[in-house]
Design a protein. Structure first.
Ligand code: CA
Ligand code: CA
Ligand code: CA
Length: 218
């Protein structure tokens, strides 16, 4: 008796799990990659708008919201998502103004579509000299179209950028004095407001903080 009951419960849970898995799979994923990243003030890096289509698609638009006191963002440049169709494509880089990359869009010219994951676009981001701490790059007004002009279901993943200060003693150079300061506090736990030797502000001073200083030495 107990055995059958247990079997039924397990079967019911499995059915529920399968149903949930189906629901979350039925969307095209749009992901800012890398979705988390540690940089220092003045660093320039690339963020890709990566698309994993769940169905055949042929057109897309997006906005990107960012903190303009932390970052400068370039216009978008086209990735391979729609070019992989082998057809010509149309691409508009959008315009950048006060914390918004607005209305970047593109599509396949002609009757074709794609379903293979690829970058739709890339943007170049520079952390300003005043930047510090964590902030998000956020996708907005994202629409993906199937070949007939119908919007498809999408799921968005934004990016978190942490700007860290590796000149621990703030004397204008990153050298072994800064490394030494981190070393002196090795294995200490920290909390907000973080001391400069917990470089990545994760509540503990360890090898990750040492590496951030080492990898940015002048
Ligand atoms: Ca817009
Ligand atoms: Ca220093
Ligand atoms: Ca740390």
């Amino acid at each position: 008796m107990f055995g059958i009951k247990k079997f039924l419960i397990v079967a019911a849970m499995f059915a529920l799990f399968a149903a949930t898995a189906n629901v979350s799979a039925a969307a095209s994923d749009v992901t800012l990659e890398p979705s988390s990243q540690i940089v220092t003030p003045g660093d320039t890096f690339t963020v890709n708008i990566f698309v994993s289509p769940d169905v055949d698609i042929a057109g897309m638009q997006f906005d990107l919201v960012f903190d303009s006191s932390q970052f400068q963002v370039s216009e978008a440049s086209e990735g391979s998502l729609f070019k992989q169709s082998g057809m010509d494509t149309f691409f508009v880089a959008g315009s950048v103004n006060s914390g918004l990359l607005n209305d970047a869009y593109g599509c396949i010219l002609g009757a074709s579509d794609v379903a293979t994951p690829a970058n739709f676009a890339s943007v170049t981001v520079t952390a300003t000299e005043q930047s510090n701490g964590r902030s998000e790059l956020v996708l907005k007004d994202v629409i993906i179209s199937d070949p007939s002009g119908n919007a498809v279901d999408i799921e968005l993943t934004n990016a978190v950028i942490s700007v860290v200060i590796v000149d621990i003693n703030q004397d204008g150079v990153v050298d072994f004095e800064d490394y030494g300061l981190v070393e002196q506090h090795f294995d200490e736990t920290t909390s907000y407001p973080y001391p400069s030797w917990d470089v990545n502000q994760d509540d503990i001073v360890n090898v990750l903080d040492l590496m951030l200083v080492l990898s940015h030495m002048d």
